[in-house]
Design a protein around this ligand. Structure first.
Ligand code: SAT
Ligand code: MN
Length: 579
């Protein structure tokens, strides 16, 4: 793509959508303030208390537009099989015709914004460029926080660098006229009818995961739904860990955890909270960059107790979406501990009869640099070396607190067989267990069978691969109480993980993985004894037998592209469980 084609594309889109005005975004502070002013003038943003929260604003979504819409999200490949059973598919010609119909005249009376952006540090060889055309100034403001947006990206594109073309219009916010379409072979995204995060901020899930995962397979790297966190020991040794969890399962909290009191001298460095691009480095390790520049995190449940770093970064320069407000216009959400809501997320006087004050998927948008645990490594071109990869989900039972894979191929199986209870991050039922391989079910832009084969191929290409672990902070006891304190105390598990990466700490080998010894995880200072820990790490043989019979059926759904070695490994583990 060249300079010519960027301008030609913008002209084509303008001819189709017929905006009143075209604005090329430069990403400056002045432009951001201008955008905020326009949004305040037309009521799309509401000023929050500027004494307690300078430069903080609230956006209230249309009540029918508050989450990702997986059933309206499509991967449009020429060959249907390439999209895989894990994606909705539409023929690209049909999809383009449908979208062009929706786009015809959709920007009449509106401004068309051209948003050039870079995913990843601007000078990194791993970064990728994109341009989002949108008619939503709310999207522009959010893209400025979430990506490296503006002139630098535009300059590279005009100098001839390839870029992903994203076209977005909020349309009429009608759920019946809403689609999120991906054309990986054309490096193109079309989104219509939603202004919500993952549906509308096209740099995020659409580009950095669905399109990027497709490119990563072709080019030999990995685009993953993972946080990246650095753990520094009192001796000053830093290990970086990448961890995949489904949406709204605590990635942001883990990425910026505050060590428990007993962990004097330990430091946590936040590189990313949602997306991780990993490349084989010259030293035979995997090196990771966070393609994003900001956090679009879940507000409810965030508090001084669960995530003090997030609370600190949300004191200024943040956009809140669908939170409640107090009588003095401070943002408020369930689980915040302090304050009382006066107005709910829909702008009504708060009445507990109407349900929650904030929407369960209420979000904040904030620059990564505002996080007290931000590290400049997040802006380094080569990224950070990854010592360990964690796969985690929300499972009330069965899956132990932590379990190590026996080797890379087993680690890939652990990722591929993850399951988690659904959350409010996507529309649909909440709390049902569904398989969510690598936490990529909604985001993998191609056939899961090919994706796992791609993961497996790293064993031959990368000599010093990270160790792989499965974790579960969400086990519940018979009374429905969480058995593990989670949050800052998850460092106890990370410490064990790091010991294992260094070849320390003993394990107990079970058919499903390697678990810690009963005294393996440091419980000092916790109201928990080794017996209780034991119940968190014990492998329930018959429960796992049942799990593996389901896993096999699930994996079978991806044949004939399911890697044979993976099917054999699952079979082998099932046999060990039954003998
Ligand atoms: O809405 S987003 O897709 O950006 C957040 C999430 O669901 O992980
Ligand atoms: Mn996410």
């Amino acid at each position: 793509m060249s300079h010519q084609s960027l301008h030609a594309w913008v002209e084509d889109v303008a001819a189709l959508t017929r905006p009143n005005k075209i604005h090329w975004c430069d990403g400056s502070e002045q432009e951001y303030q201008q955008m905020v002013q326009e949004l305040l003038n037309d009521g799309a943003l509401i000023e929050l208390n500027q004494d307690s929260h300078p430069n903080c604003y609230l956006h209230r979504s249309d009540p029918q537009d508050v989450a990702r819409v997986e059933h309206l999200t499509f991967v449009c490949t020429n060959n249907k099989a390439d999209a895989g059973p894990n994606n909705n598919w539409m023929d690209p010609k049909e999809a383009h015709a449908l979208m062009d119909d929706l786009y015809a005249g959709c920007m009449e009376g509106r401004t068309l914004y051209v948003v050039p952006y870079c995913m990843g540090p601007v000078e990194s060889p791993y970064s990728r460029l994109g341009v989002e055309i949108t008619d939503s100034p709310y999207v522009v403001a959010n893209m400025r926080v979430m990506t490296r947006m503006g002139q630098a990206a535009r300059d590279k594109i005009e100098a001839g660098a390839p870029f992903v073309k994203g076209l977005h219009s909020i349309g009429e916010l009608d759920p019946e006229r809403r689609y999120i379409m991906h054309f990986p072979e054309e490096l193109t995204i079309n989104s219509f009818g939603s202004g919500y995060g993952g549906n509308a901020l096209l740099g995020k899930k659409c580009h950095a995961l669905r399109i990027a995962s497709w490119q990563a397979r072709q080019e030999g790297w990995l685009a993953e739904h993972m946080l990246i966190v650095g753990v520094e020991s009192p001796e000053g040794e830093v290990h970086y860990i990448a961890a995949a969890f489904p949406s709204a399962c605590g990635k942001t909290n883990l990425a910026m955890l505050v060590p428990p009191e007993e962990y004097k001298g330990w430091k946590i460095w936040t590189v990313g909270d949602d997306i991780c691009w990993m490349h084989p480095g010259p030293d035979g390790r995997l090196w990771a960059v966070n393609p994003e520049a900001g956090y679009f995190g879940v507000a409810p449940g965030t508090s001084e107790k669960t995530n003090p770093n997030a609370m600190a970064m949300l004191q200024r320069d943040a956009i809140f979406t669908n939170v409640a407000v107090t009588s003095d216009q401070q943002p408020w959400w369930e689980g915040m501990q302090d304050g009382t809501p006066a107005t709910d997320w829909r702008g009504r006087d708060f009445d507990a009869e109407n349900g929650k004050a904030s929407h369960p998927n209420a979000r904040f948008t904030v620059s990564a640099k505002q996080c007290p645990s931000y590290t400049e490594k997040a802006d380094e071109a080569q990224g950070v070396p990854i010592s360990a990869i964690l796969f985690g989900g929300r499972r009330a039972g069965l899956v132990p607190l932590v379990m190590e894979a026996k080797d890379w191929a087993h680690g890939v199986l652990l990722g591929a067989t993850m399951a988690s209870e659904t959350t409010a991050a996507a529309t649909g039922q909440v709390g049902v267990v569904r398989r969510d391989p690598m936490a990529m079910k909604p985001f993998c832009g191609y056939h899961y069978g090919d994706y796992w084969a791609h993961w497996l191929s790293f064993a031959d290409k990368v000599p010093n691969l990270p160790k792989v672990f499965q974790v579960n902070w969400f086990r519940k006891d018979g009374d429905g109480n969480f058995m593990w304190p989670g949050f800052g105390d998850n460092l106890r598990v990370l410490e064990w993980v790091i010991q294992r990466c260094k070849g320390e700490a003993e394990v107990v080998s079970t058919p499903v993985g390697l678990v810690p010894k009963a005294d393996g995880v440091n419980l000092t200072g916790l109201e928990m004894n080794q017996e209780q820990l034991k119940s968190l790490i014990t492998i329930d043989q018959s429960g796992w037998q049942h799990e593996f019979s389901e896993i096999k059926t699930y994996l079978d759904g991806f044949s004939p592209r399911l890697p044979a070695s993976m099917a054999n490994l699952a079979e082998n583990i099932e046999q060990q469980l039954s003998s």
